[in-house]
Design a protein around this ligand. Sequence first.
Ligand SMILES: [Fe+2]
Ligand SMILES: [Fe+2]
Length: 159
Amino acid sequence: MNGQNLSAGTTCERLRRVLREDRSAWKHAVWIGDLAEQADAPALVRERERLQHFLEHHLEPHFAKEEQEIFPMLAERGFVRQVEEAIRQHAELRRLRARLAEVSSGDEGGMRAAFDEIARQLRAHVRYESSFVYDDLKLAEVEEYQEDISMLLAEVAGG
Ligand SMILES: [Fe+2]
Ligand SMILES: [Fe+2]
Protein backbone atom coordinates (compact mmCIF):
# COMPACT_ATOMS: atom_id res chain seq x y z
CA MET A 1 0.00 0.00 0.00
CA ASN A 2 1.22 3.46 -0.70
CA GLY A 3 -0.16 6.95 -0.86
CA GLN A 4 -0.99 6.61 -4.54
CA ASN A 5 -3.70 4.13 -3.71
CA LEU A 6 -5.65 6.95 -2.22
CA SER A 7 -7.68 8.12 -5.14
CA ALA A 8 -9.71 11.27 -4.94
CA GLY A 9 -11.25 12.46 -1.73
CA THR A 10 -14.49 10.64 -2.56
CA THR A 11 -12.86 7.32 -1.72
CA CYS A 12 -11.73 8.73 1.59
CA GLU A 13 -15.14 10.13 2.31
CA ARG A 14 -16.82 6.82 1.52
CA LEU A 15 -14.38 4.96 3.72
CA ARG A 16 -14.89 7.46 6.44
CA ARG A 17 -18.67 7.02 6.39
CA VAL A 18 -18.21 3.26 6.58
CA LEU A 19 -15.75 3.73 9.42
CA ARG A 20 -18.31 5.73 11.40
CA GLU A 21 -20.93 3.06 10.75
CA ASP A 22 -18.49 0.43 11.98
CA ARG A 23 -17.98 2.40 15.17
CA SER A 24 -21.74 2.52 15.59
CA ALA A 25 -21.98 -1.24 14.87
CA TRP A 26 -19.39 -1.85 17.58
CA LYS A 27 -21.41 0.15 20.11
CA HIS A 28 -24.53 -1.77 19.14
CA ALA A 29 -22.68 -5.06 19.56
CA VAL A 30 -21.72 -4.05 23.10
CA TRP A 31 -25.34 -3.05 23.82
CA ILE A 32 -26.66 -6.38 22.44
CA GLY A 33 -24.11 -8.31 24.51
CA ASP A 34 -25.12 -6.45 27.67
CA LEU A 35 -28.77 -7.26 27.00
CA ALA A 36 -27.95 -10.95 26.48
CA GLU A 37 -26.23 -10.97 29.84
CA GLN A 38 -28.47 -8.79 31.94
CA ALA A 39 -31.92 -8.22 30.46
CA ASP A 40 -34.88 -10.05 31.98
CA ALA A 41 -37.43 -11.76 29.74
CA PRO A 42 -39.76 -8.74 29.25
CA ALA A 43 -36.78 -6.52 28.42
CA LEU A 44 -35.53 -9.05 25.85
CA VAL A 45 -38.95 -9.05 24.20
CA ARG A 46 -39.03 -5.25 24.22
CA GLU A 47 -35.50 -4.79 22.90
CA ARG A 48 -35.82 -7.47 20.25
CA GLU A 49 -37.79 -5.05 18.10
CA ARG A 50 -35.07 -2.40 18.37
CA LEU A 51 -32.45 -5.00 17.56
CA GLN A 52 -34.35 -6.17 14.48
CA HIS A 53 -34.71 -2.57 13.39
CA PHE A 54 -30.97 -1.97 13.77
CA LEU A 55 -30.10 -5.16 11.88
CA GLU A 56 -32.47 -4.49 9.00
CA HIS A 57 -32.26 -0.73 8.60
CA HIS A 58 -28.73 0.11 9.70
CA LEU A 59 -26.50 -2.95 9.54
CA GLU A 60 -27.93 -4.37 6.30
CA PRO A 61 -27.47 -1.12 4.33
CA HIS A 62 -23.93 -0.91 5.79
CA PHE A 63 -23.17 -4.45 4.58
CA ALA A 64 -24.63 -3.65 1.16
CA LYS A 65 -22.48 -0.53 0.88
CA GLU A 66 -19.37 -2.47 1.83
CA GLU A 67 -20.14 -5.25 -0.63
CA GLN A 68 -20.96 -2.91 -3.50
CA GLU A 69 -18.52 -0.05 -3.02
CA ILE A 70 -15.76 -0.88 -0.59
CA PHE A 71 -14.93 -4.57 -1.00
CA PRO A 72 -14.42 -4.50 -4.78
CA MET A 73 -11.96 -1.66 -4.29
CA LEU A 74 -10.14 -3.56 -1.55
CA ALA A 75 -10.08 -6.79 -3.59
CA GLU A 76 -8.46 -4.88 -6.43
CA ARG A 77 -5.80 -3.76 -4.01
CA GLY A 78 -4.94 -7.29 -3.01
CA PHE A 79 -7.23 -7.96 -0.04
CA VAL A 80 -9.02 -10.80 -1.86
CA ARG A 81 -8.85 -13.35 0.95
CA GLN A 82 -9.92 -10.81 3.59
CA VAL A 83 -12.87 -9.67 1.46
CA GLU A 84 -14.02 -13.28 1.00
CA GLU A 85 -13.87 -13.83 4.75
CA ALA A 86 -15.76 -10.57 5.46
CA ILE A 87 -18.50 -11.59 3.00
CA ARG A 88 -18.73 -14.97 4.71
CA GLN A 89 -19.18 -13.15 8.03
CA HIS A 90 -21.92 -10.96 6.53
CA ALA A 91 -23.76 -14.11 5.44
CA GLU A 92 -23.44 -15.55 8.93
CA LEU A 93 -24.85 -12.37 10.51
CA ARG A 94 -27.74 -12.36 8.02
CA ARG A 95 -28.44 -15.97 8.97
CA LEU A 96 -28.50 -14.98 12.65
CA ARG A 97 -30.87 -12.11 11.89
CA ALA A 98 -33.27 -14.52 10.20
CA ARG A 99 -32.98 -16.88 13.15
CA LEU A 100 -33.75 -14.09 15.62
CA ALA A 101 -36.90 -13.25 13.64
CA GLU A 102 -38.07 -16.83 14.06
CA VAL A 103 -37.52 -17.20 17.82
CA SER A 104 -40.79 -17.14 19.70
CA SER A 105 -41.18 -14.30 22.23
CA GLY A 106 -42.04 -16.91 24.84
CA ASP A 107 -38.70 -18.63 24.37
CA GLU A 108 -36.45 -16.66 26.73
CA GLY A 109 -33.48 -19.00 26.36
CA GLY A 110 -33.71 -18.94 22.59
CA MET A 111 -33.88 -15.15 22.51
CA ARG A 112 -30.97 -14.75 24.91
CA ALA A 113 -28.87 -17.18 22.87
CA ALA A 114 -29.72 -15.29 19.66
CA PHE A 115 -28.76 -11.94 21.22
CA ASP A 116 -25.54 -13.41 22.55
CA GLU A 117 -24.54 -14.97 19.23
CA ILE A 118 -25.28 -11.79 17.28
CA ALA A 119 -23.26 -9.71 19.76
CA ARG A 120 -20.26 -12.03 19.53
CA GLN A 121 -20.31 -12.37 15.75
CA LEU A 122 -20.79 -8.65 15.23
CA ARG A 123 -17.89 -7.78 17.51
CA ALA A 124 -15.67 -10.28 15.78
CA HIS A 125 -16.72 -8.90 12.41
CA VAL A 126 -16.05 -5.24 13.20
CA ARG A 127 -12.72 -6.20 14.74
CA TYR A 128 -11.83 -8.23 11.65
CA GLU A 129 -12.70 -5.42 9.25
CA SER A 130 -10.85 -2.85 11.27
CA SER A 131 -7.68 -4.85 10.61
CA PHE A 132 -7.71 -4.18 6.86
CA VAL A 133 -10.52 -1.93 5.58
CA TYR A 134 -8.97 1.33 6.76
CA ASP A 135 -5.44 0.68 5.59
CA ASP A 136 -5.63 3.43 2.98
CA LEU A 137 -7.35 5.88 5.27
CA LYS A 138 -4.43 5.59 7.67
CA LEU A 139 -2.24 7.04 4.94
CA ALA A 140 -4.47 10.02 4.33
CA GLU A 141 -3.06 13.11 5.87
CA VAL A 142 -6.32 14.21 7.35
CA GLU A 143 -6.39 14.50 11.08
CA GLU A 144 -10.08 13.61 11.40
CA TYR A 145 -9.59 10.24 9.68
CA GLN A 146 -6.73 9.43 11.99
CA GLU A 147 -8.82 10.32 15.00
CA ASP A 148 -11.77 8.20 13.89
CA ILE A 149 -9.49 5.26 13.08
CA SER A 150 -7.62 5.43 16.39
CA MET A 151 -10.91 5.57 18.26
CA LEU A 152 -12.29 2.52 16.43
CA LEU A 153 -9.06 0.59 16.94
CA ALA A 154 -9.04 1.47 20.63
CA GLU A 155 -12.67 0.37 20.96
CA VAL A 156 -12.22 -2.98 19.27
CA ALA A 157 -8.99 -3.64 21.15
CA GLY A 158 -10.71 -2.97 24.47
CA GLY A 159 -13.60 -5.35 23.80
FE1 LIG B 1 -18.31 -2.85 8.42
FE1 LIG C 1 -18.90 -5.69 7.14
